[in-house]
Write a protein that binds this ligand. Structure first.
Ligand SMILES: Cc1cc2nc3c(=O)[nH]c(=O)nc-3n(C[C@H](O)[C@H](O)[C@H](O)COP(=O)(O)OP(=O)(O)OC[C@H]3O[C@@H](n4cnc5c(N)ncnc54)[C@H](O)[C@@H]3O)c2cc1C
Length: 533
């Protein structure tokens, strides 16, 4: 049942705060047994926006009523620019507006989490959780993929330009990878995506739709959790506001926070959980001193490298009524593309244990998050920094405790800029290959060749963006900045866990939705007292 009223039961076994990528998985898993009463609270509306289902329309949801549409604080090392931070606000969360690339990350990511003292999080230990949620239509009969999960993952039919990108990357010396998620390393290939029969298979569609008929699962949309109720060291409920009045909903077992990397720390801070001095300085009564809340923010910096192509060579010509109708009636054609069709992982130095750069190729212009649609046709290759050393912070706007101040500190560590420069040069080398010559019509971004490293650095500062992957603001671990332990329990509190992208101690080498869904799967087992699957 889905509603935004508050009649009836005001006490549940489990309350899940945030119906995004992680929250949808947990709602499904926790309500699987009818003995448990589960409440899912989502601040946004139901996921009925027509563009959610159309893969190629994902960027048209930016700044819509289902996107929080945040901006960062001015970034001192990125020409003082404010960078766009879209975040989904609907059932499915950011998974309802994202680019659908299915990417788990590198073995070294999870082994690194485990080596930092997080027991149970090594690659071999998390692999079963990736497989549990997955129904892979293309890669079957191997040790890396699942076929019985709810979330449909499929291979796409790439655009001819994407095929040419692949050929160019191979000519530039990069190996081709058939499957990025089979314990793969460096190489280039075509992305798999959570697309089913030409439509986005969002986390809400995959995990909530099969569960929403269960009588023991209550889904409330349009209800934002204002703060947590703490009785001593135990969380006993959540406060929501409806029609100007505050209501307490009590919890018998646990509250699970899945509000995402921006909102999970905000909720904790509003509840007085965070650094004592900071909370006092903004007028919030401290309840539980936890200095790491909101710190350790990481995202993937990305740079645009965009060329004009010859007429009608790219997907830019396909954005028309004919193709929209084709998608509406048959779910076929160019609107089934997630745009970021091609990919790759590169090492900036051969001696590195794992790739440190990623590539996304779109057979189209992707300028200013899609807000700017140049005339004609283009193709975009974006080099991405996989393991930035800079660390940022999410905090509360003192004038409005519902607004975040997002400060990722892009390029604050100079090495990050140098490494993205290397990635930019590697991307240029691919785009300059002969095989693309008949299609390339000249540079669009940058407008002309950049003469030296200083010019590249200036271009990067003036054009770097974030790949919409904020993580780490409620970090898992045992050090002074850690917010949750390896069972995802908030240090020093009972009756509450955090189970979303915010718990990642370090950002994964790749897109962040699949690892977030893995985290939620693992959290469900912890909550239900199940051992390793
Ligand atoms: C534009 C875009 C493109 C992306 N592309 C990709 C991609 O191609 N592949 C990939 O792997 N990853 C991608 N990502 C990243 C991926 O979508 C996220 O890492 C993932 O969805 C994070 O899941 P989450 O559960 O942590 O948070 P979210 O999915 O953001 O969910 C949080 C939910 O909590 C709700 N909420 C917040 N506060 C409250 C409150 N106080 N009370 C109640 N509800 C609340 C929000 O409304 C939201 O619905 C992209 C993200 C974006 C935005």
């Amino acid at each position: 049942m889905c509603s935004s009223t508050l009649e009836g039961n005001m006490e549940y076994d489990y309350i899940i705060v945030g119906g995004g990528s992680a929250g949808c998985v947990l709602a499904n898993r926790l309500s699987a047994n009818s003995d448990r009463q589960v409440l899912l609270l989502e601040a946004g509306p139901v996921d009925s926006h027509p563009y959610i289902k159309i893969p190629a329309a994902f960027y048209k949801l930016f700044k819509s009523k289902i996107d929080y549409g945040f901006y960062t604080e001015p970034q001192a090392c990125a020409a003082n620019r404010k960078l766009f931070v879209p975040r989904g606000k609907t059932l499915g969360g950011s998974g309802a507006i994202n680019a659908m690339i299915y990417m788990r990350g590198h073995r070294a990511d999870f082994d690194g989490w485990a080596a930092a003292g997080n027991k149970g999080w090594s690659y071999d230990e998390v692999l079963p959780y990736f497989k549990r949620s997955e129904c892979n239509g293309s890669f079957q009969g191997n040790d890396f993929h699942g076929q019985t999960g709810e979330w449909h993952i499929s291979s796409q039919q790439p655009h001819p330009l994407t095929q040419l990108y692949l050929a160019a990357a191979k000519d530039a010396g990069h190996a081709e990878l058939a499957d990025f998620n089979a314990d793969a390393d460096a190489g280039v290939g075509i992305h798999q995506a959570n697309i089913k029969n030409g439509k986005r298979h969002s986390p809400a569609h995959a995990f909530l739709v099969p569960a929403r008929g269960r009588e023991n699962l209550t889904i409330k949309t349009g209800l934002q959790v204002e703060r947590l109720q703490l009785d001593g060291a135990r969380v006993t409920g959540v406060w929501v506001q409806l029609h100007g009045r505050m209501h307490l909903i009590k919890v018998r077992k646990e509250v699970i926070v899945t509000a995402g990397s921006i909102h999970s720390p905000l909720l904790l801070l509003r509840s007085g959980i965070g650094d004592h001095h900071y909370l006092q300085s903004i007028g919030i009564a401290p309840q539980h001193h936890l200095p790491g809340v909101g710190h350790n923010l990481q995202d993937h910096p990305v740079a645009p490298l965009i060329y004009r192509t010859v007429r009608r060579a790219s997907l830019d010509s396909a954005d028309n009524l004919w193709n929209l109708s084709r998608w509406l009636f048959t779910q076929k054609g160019p609107f089934t593309s997630n745009l970021a069709e091609g990919g790759g992982f590169l090492r900036s130095r051969p001696d590195l244990p794992a790739p440190d750069l990623q590539l996304h190729f779109a057979p189209a212009f992707f300028v200013d998050h899609g807000f700017n649609k140049p005339k004609g046709n283009g193709m975009s290759l974006a080099p991405i920094l996989l393991q930035p050393k800079s660390r940022g912070r999410v905090s509360l706007d003192p004038s409005n405790f519902h607004k975040p101040l997002i400060d990722p500190q892009v390029f604050q560590v100079a090495e990050d800029l140098q490494l993205l420069r290397t990635g930019f040069k590697m991307a240029l080398q691919i785009m300059q290959q002969e095989v693309l010559a008949p299609w390339r019509k000249g540079l669009f971004m940058p407008q002309s060749a950049l003469e030296d490293d200083a010019a590249i650095d200036q271009y990067l500062r003036e054009n770097v963006e974030l790949l919409y992957h904020p993580v780490g603001t409620c970090k898992m671990g045992n050090d002074a900045q850690a917010v949750v332990d390896d069972q995802l329990r908030i240090h020093g509190l009972e009756g509450i866990r955090i189970a979303d992208a915010s718990i990642m101690p370090t950002i994964t080498r790749g897109n962040t939705q699949a690892p977030t869904i893995m985290i939620a799967e693992k959290a469900a087992d912890m909550l239900l007292g199940r051992g390793v699957i």
